[in-house]
Design a protein around this ligand. Structure first.
Ligand code: NI
Length: 199
């Protein structure tokens, strides 16, 4: 008697990242009411997409899904742009949180310190600029199992979380720039916008 064959796990394929001008990027994401298989699969596909595109974060909006769901992994950039994280005031290994799936996340600034650092976005390739963000934040969200995750972060993790949570509310990093800096990026933005016509 032969042993029954083990069902092969389906291969997770990367998704297409939508570019500036796609309406999903300007929408407010719907709350995830139930973390079911379709949400878990979407989160896995988003993680694969983020790695494929060499990004450190990706919001559901960027794969055309307007939901309160984002993924982050700051480890590939850790040497150049480190982060720290704390739960209940105790520091923990950032790596133990990665890849991070944030479902229905909320962000609260911790302290008054703000920092300018360079950001880019997979939906606006080629555009980079200095964005002012809170240095340290508290992040409250559900993880992929539906458990509550409540932690504080600084460094790239803090910045990436603020960037991704902005996406979930239809906000892009260029919205934080002074008008003249945003205008300087307009030629590239207009090209993305022209390609997005018809969505
Ligand atoms: Ni982005």
């Amino acid at each position: 008697m032969s042993r029954p064959k083990k069902a092969k796990a389906p291969e997770i394929k990367p998704l297409e990242v939508v570019k500036y001008g796609h309406p999903a990027l300007r929408s407010k994401g719907k709350k995830v009411e139930k973390i079911d298989d379709s949400i878990r699969t979407l989160a896995e596909e988003m993680i694969v997409t983020m790695y494929e595109e060499d990004g450190c974060g990706l919001a559901a909006h960027q794969v055309g899904r307007s939901l309160q769901l984002a993924v982050i992994d700051v480890m590939p950039a850790f040497e150049d742009r480190p982060s720290r994280a704390w739960i209940d005031g105790r520091e923990l290994e950032v790596e133990s949180l990665m890849p991070l799936v944030m479902i229905n996340p909320e962000i609260h600034p911790v302290g008054d310190e703000k920092l300018f650092e360079t950001e880019g976005c997979l939906s606006m390739p080629g555009i980079y600029d200095e964005v002012e963000r809170h240095a340290r934040v508290r992040i409250v969200c559900q993880d992929i199992d539906g458990s509550l995750l409540d932690f504080e972060a600084d460094g790239l993790l803090s910045r990436a979380a603020q960037h991704e949570v902005d996406h979930l509310h239809g906000i892009l990093f260029i919205d934080h720039l002074p008008a003249e800096d945003r205008a300087a990026h307009q030629p590239i933005l207009s090209k993305f916008q022209a390609r997005s016509v018809g969505f």
